[in-house]
Ligand binder design. Structure first.
Ligand code: 1CP
Length: 346
């Protein structure tokens, strides 16, 4: 059933009757129904309790009516499973109390049995699939090695990422060792998620945006390539979202099905740049959802128009939905995509 869904077909550049839509970070803080559950449980408990994780995964399907679900979890469960103590602090986001600052700290990571310790994620996948009952496909995800390393070395989010960048320039061998360890764990983790029932997987490289093109190749793309080449997908589409990259030419050579595009590019220009060789996912500016309805409709149309007619577009925002976004506008946005996109398909 899910192989024939709009989302999976669009990821594979097969014809659809309209453009499918889902929203990065759709399971989260802008929904009062999410906040009601989050008030009672801390973030990691929610990730580790399949009953809760599956419940908030399904919320946006019922409330926002998107065409795909994304499993509620976080990219940082991998470093947590490697033994790094993770706290999600309300006003600050994720924090590791002892970040990695040396080659020795990397050797101390507990890299055996990571995926076994993440079995709670696989249980959440199975429970979510039951709750979805075939209504829409389920996307599993991971951070890229580079984006995970950013948090593991910085210890938290950062403005200018001077600590991770000093690390890659001063200790390149250790940095590459860390990135390779992460890449190997990510392959095993995404393969396990697909086996547990995920219909597609997305790799988030949020902090691609802070690297020069040559550093991006050396410290990020190389490992994403390795992951894509070693996944056992069984036909599940692979989506790579590298935020803020200046060119898509090399990404288009990856063994993946779809590329995410942030809102600083014209999606139609990217389509031409890669000659239609991958499906594209995106790319409305998330803050447009704070605008009046007329503007939301116009921007939706503008993105559809930019991509143009034919297969291979999955509508999304250019990055995650923001916590203060009005739910009503989000619902309206999804309605607009569904209504306006039909004329771009034969
Ligand atoms: O207080 C809370 O409720 C926690 C907020 C929260 C939520 C809802 C965090 C902490 N993570 C999540 C869920 C989450 N994270 C999902 C769920 C599925 C979905 O609906 O999309 C996903 C896919 C992520 C992925 C994630 N976490 C990324 C990559 C995507 C992106 O948005 O760039 C990153 C960079 C993180 C780290 C992270 N975890 C949480 C926060 C607030 C952050 C970002 C911190 C920062 O800006 O540096």
């Amino acid at each position: 059933m899910n192989e024939n869904s709009l989302f999976i077909r669009a990821c594979k550049r097969q014809e659809t009757e309209r453009t499918p839509v889902w929203i990065m970070r759709q399971a989260g803080r802008y929904l009062p129904e999410y906040r009601a559950i989050r008030e009672k449980h801390d973030f990691l408990t929610m990730c580790k309790t399949p009953e809760l994780a599956s419940e908030v995964t399904v919320q946006p399907i019922d409330i926002i009516k998107t065409d795909a679900a994304i499993l509620f979890s976080d990219i940082l469960v991998i470093p947590e499973a490697m033994g790094m103590n993770l706290d999600i602090i309300e006003s600050q986001g994720p924090v590791f109390d002892s970040p990695i600052r040396s080659a020795k700290a990397i050797e101390n990571l507990n890299i055996e049995g990571v995926v076994e310790r993440l079995n709670y994620v696989m249980e959440a996948v199975k429970m979510t699939k039951e709750k979805l009952a075939g209504r829409v496909p389920l996307i599993g995800f991971s951070g890229s090695p580079w984006t995970l390393a950013c948090y593991m070395v910085e210890g938290k989010g950062s403005k200018n990422f001077d600590i991770i960048k000093s690390f890659i320039y001063n200790e390149p061998a250790a940095a590459h060792r860390l990135l390779q360890i992460l890449a190997d764990s990510i392959i095993e983790y995404l393969n396990a998620k697909i086996r547990a029932g995920c219909d597609a997987v997305q790799i988030f490289d949020t902090w691609a945006s802070i690297l020069s093109p040559s550093d991006f190749e050396e410290f990020s793309l190389k490992y994403i390539r390795y992951i894509c080449e070693n996944l056992e997908t069984g036909g599940a589409p692979v989506i790579v979202f590298a935020k803020g990259v200046s060119s898509y030419a090399k990404l288009a050579e990856l063994k993946c099905d779809s590329l995410g595009v942030d809102w600083t590019k014209e999606i139609g220009t990217v389509r031409k740049e890669i000659n239609g060789t991958k499906a594209l996912q995106g790319n409305m500016d998330p803050t447009v959802l704070f605008a009046p309805k007329q503007k939301i409709r116009e921007e939706t149309e503008r993105v559809l128009e930019s991509y143009g007619t034919g297969a291979g577009h999955v509508f999304n925002l250019g990055h995650g939905i923001l916590p203060k976004t009005p739910v009503e506008n989000t619902q309206y946005f999804v309605e607009c995509v569904k209504e306006l996109s039909a004329k771009y398909h034969a």
